[in-house]
Design a protein around this ligand. Structure first.
Ligand SMILES: CC(C)(COP(=O)(O)OP(=O)(O)OC[C@H]1O[C@@H](n2cnc3c(N)ncnc32)[C@H](O)[C@@H]1OP(=O)(O)O)[C@@H](O)C(=O)NCCC(=O)NCCS
Length: 259
């Protein structure tokens, strides 16, 4: 018999499923999806406020309209008559360094700033300014900053607020603020974008870097499924999917509080 290979994620035996040791039937109805995502990636259940923060991260990135490259790619693949899985995976392949994938890079870069500051809050501003100047001289960009559409991304502010409430905002979040201030001092208005906020928060939650972009992929998959299904049910096959040439005709703006 060949040697067995190890896995520490989910244990299955007849009539029993345990994720990271927790009975799945016990988790169901008790933990939110965000908490379950935290559990499967971090191998422990989060505290309740951190679970809420994870939910907010997943909600924040569920979709961003019809212009992101992942959506254009998924719709283009879908328009050829490809299957749902082919179309969605076409979109997922676009989640890289400049789209969604800024999360991991941003967290790594914030980590460098923290390291340069010797882990001291009071030195973050100086360290951020130095790192940015060095990156600029190498022609590199700071991931997680700047946005094509938003100057004050509503998702970023809300995520930082929830991170604060959960007691999860630490040096990475502070380093991100220091970067924003350093850009300001350079006369550049490059606010933290949603990827940057998620990178900073996941950094403070001690997620391994290599897992971080996966959180965005998990969050964005429902949005991609919706776009692919809409493409295949509302549009003609083989159409030209032109960026920005769309018109929104869904429900008007509404509030969860209005009844
Ligand atoms: C998101 C992004 C592509 C938007 O770009 P944009 O608004 O079209 O801005 P441009 O690419 O035209 O850049 C405008 C100026 O700002 C600078 N700039 C933009 N984003 C920058 C960043 N993250 N770091 C450093 N400089 C940046 C550019 O170098 C350029 O400077 P210049 O005028 O001196 O040449 C860009 O800000 C970026 O690359 N950000 C990093 C990647 C990222 O976070 N992606 C996730 C987006 S949610």
């Amino acid at each position: 018999m060949s040697e067995k290979w190890p896995t520490a994620i989910t244990d299955i035996e007849p009539n029993r499923v345990a994720v990271r040791g927790y009975d799945i039937a016990e988790l169901m109805g008790q933990v939110s999806f965000g908490s379950a995502v935290y559990l499967i990636l971090m191998a422990e259940l989060p505290s309740e406020p951190v679970g809420r923060l994870m939910d907010a991260i997943l909600v924040s990135s569920i979709d961003h309209g019809a212009t992101p490259p992942s959506v254009l790619a998924a719709r283009t693949v879908a328009s050829t008559g490809a299957s749902l899985s082919q179309s969605v995976s076409g979109g997922l392949t676009c989640i890289n360094r400049w789209h969604g994938g800024a999360i991991e890079d941003c967290a790594r870069q914030l980590g460098q700033i923290i390291e340069r500051a010797g882990g001291q809050r009071s030195r973050l501003d100086k360290a951020a300014a130095e790192v940015l100047a060095e990156m600029k001289s190498r022609g590199q960009r700071m991931s997680g900053f700047g946005h094509r559409v938003h100057t004050a991304d509503p998702r970023t502010a809300r995520l930082f607020e929830l991170a604060q409430q959960a007691g999860a905002a630490g040096l990475h979040v502070e380093a991100a603020r220091a970067v924003e201030r350093a850009f300001d001092a350079m006369g550049k208005e490059l606010p933290i974008n949603v990827d940057g906020a998620i990178g900073a928060i996941l950094g403070d939650l001690k997620f391994p870097y290599e897992v971080m972009n996966g959180v965005f992929m998990i969050a964005r998959t429902p949005g991609l499924v919706a776009h692919v299904v809409e493409e295949q049910t509302r549009m003609k096959p083989m159409r030209k999917v032109i960026a920005g040439q769309h018109v929104y005709d869904g429900p008007p703006r509404r509030s969860m509080c209005s009844g």
